[in-house]
Ligand binder design. Structure first.
Ligand code: TLP
Length: 346
């Protein structure tokens, strides 16, 4: 372990487990564009059950899942209210504009968590010469705010009030299982009022590829067509579904370890001179901290860490992100802490 890299750049970097690889090798497959892949059909039924919804659809990536959901809930020229640092606003190649024709109306917040009051102020007046608000999109956990959580009552209120205002609501739940574990609520409970939900299989859950969209049967039927239009119709995709089934069954229970590792990391980093971080804000698997006081840029700190076999990512000039996951154990976390002491010259 000690000569391997401790890769904390993202929870997307995990390798499939032995159980996943076995399931992939043995998967029964068929042509999923014909709806004939039995393993894929099992996965889609299982995910729908888990979220207590009518149907679900496997998509190659979270970005495609968000794009399809946005495309189906907007028309060209309408607006999407989201948080400023939301993945859909900053990291999806402006696909909502370029492909769906929708326009983001981002709201900055310190912690990534929107309130109904903030959203209500941004809804466009119902006047014919204004573009109209169509959709509200929330991110739970919020990645670039440091894995922060929506209190369930806040998300519920946003959904209810948005619906009363005639708006649809999407959940970018790439890490909704992390939210579920941290809040002690089921993913079905956390997402029940949203019109569409995207969650990732390939982040904390550790599957090699894929995300899912969950919603009503009608919505998922439309999503299947949209996926085909975007070139996301897959053939013997059961090999991917087999790994995803293992991930969905086995991984949620172990996310608590990732959260404990992130908390240990945050508490140790917060002690270092040169680091700005409130460890109590770290509730899930993402630790984002400032290094401005060290007089080093985030890139310089990441470069120094790399020299110690620890990978992290710079998310702005002076902010570094470390994400815990199933391929980094407590020993790896202790190595990252030691490397940070050196990187900062502490
Ligand atoms: N996040 C990645 C990067 O793109 C930043 C990461 O390393 O965290 N929603 C959220 C909240 C995400 O964090 C991500 C990926 C996505 C959607 C997109 O998922 P993929 O990468 O499968 O397209």
């Amino acid at each position: 372990m000690s000569d391997t890299l401790v890769d904390l750049r993202s929870d997307t970097v995990t390798r499939p487990t032995a159980a996943m690889r076995r399931a992939m090798a043995e998967a029964e497959v068929g042509d999923d564009v014909y709806g004939e892949d039995p393993t894929m059909n099992r996965l889609e039924e299982y995910a729908a059950q888990l979220f207590e919804r009518e149907a679900s659809l496997f998509v190659p990536s979270g970005s495609m899942g968000n794009l399809i959901s946005i495309k189906l809930s907007t028309r060209p020229g309408t607006e999407v209210i989201c948080e400023q640092k939301a993945h859909i606003n900053q990291y999806e190649m402006a696909s909502m504009a370029a492909i769906a024709g929708a326009f983001p109306r981002p709201i900055p917040t310190p912690d990534g968590i929107l309130s109904w009051e903030q959203i209500e102020r941004e809804i466009r007046p119902k006047t014919y010469y204004f573009s109209q608000t169509a959709l509200v999109s929330l991110e739970n956990t919020h990645n670039m705010a440091g894995g922060t959580l929506y209190p369930p009552a806040v998300a519920d209120e946003i959904c209810d009030r948005s619906h009363q205002a005639g708006l649809r609501v999407h959940l970018d739940g790439a890490r909704v299982f992390n939210a579920s574990v941290a809040l002690g609520e089921s993913v079905a409970r956390l997402s029940r009022k949203f019109d569409s939900v995207m969650f990732s299989l390939s982040k904390g859950l550790g599957a090699p590829v894929g995300s899912m969209i969950v919603g009503s049967r009608e919505f998922i039927t439309q999503a299947r067509s949209a996926r085909k239009m975007l070139g996301g119709g897959m053939r013997q995709a059961g090999v991917l579904a087999a790994a995803a089934l293992v991930a969905l069954r086995e991984s949620p229970a172990r996310l608590v370890e990732d959260h404990a590792n992130a908390r240990r990391l945050a508490e140790a980093l917060a002690e270092l001179p040169g680091v700005t971080l409130d460890p109590s804000s770290v509730r899930t698997n993402i630790v984002i901290f400032g290094v401005e006081k060290s007089k080093k840029s985030a890139d310089k700190v990441c470069e120094a860490l790399r020299g110690h076999g620890v990978l992290a990512s710079g998310v702005s000039k002076h902010a570094v992100r470390m994400v815990t996951h199933m391929d980094v154990d407590r020993q790896g976390i202790e190595r990252a802490i030691a490397a940070m002491k050196d990187a900062l010259g502490a």
